[in-house]
Design a protein. Structure first.
Length: 102
């Protein structure tokens, strides 16, 4: 019975650490850029787009496809940075291969 109580206490501690890490991750804002900074995007820890900045030079109808590609690239850059940041916050709490958010 003592081992079970100890196991439950450890599980509660781990849950508290996971909740704290998730809270920190949710509060993050990560900026990704593309096109040499001509497009930047800020995403939250939940990968929601918070802000999009586009250099006015890219606002030409002839550049629409390039602009679309740059926005996608900026989002991908921000998401990659977020995943790296999340790994740091989780600090080995999750088993290898398990990713946040669940």
């Amino acid at each position: 019975m003592n081992n079970f109580n100890q196991l439950m206490k450890q599980a509660q501690q781990m849950q508290a650490k996971l909740m704290e890490a998730q809270s920190k991750i949710n509060d993050l804002e990560i900026t990704g850029t593309s096109g040499g900074g001509m497009v930047s995007i800020v995403i939250s820890g939940k990968t929601e787009i918070k802000k999009l900045t586009i250099d006015p030079k890219l606002m030409s109808p002839d550049e629409a496809e390039i602009l679309s590609d740059l926005i996608i690239a900026a989002f991908s850059d921000a998401k990659s940075k977020l995943e790296a940041e999340m790994s740091g916050h989780m600090g080995g709490l999750l088993p290898p291969g398990m990713k946040m958010p669940f």
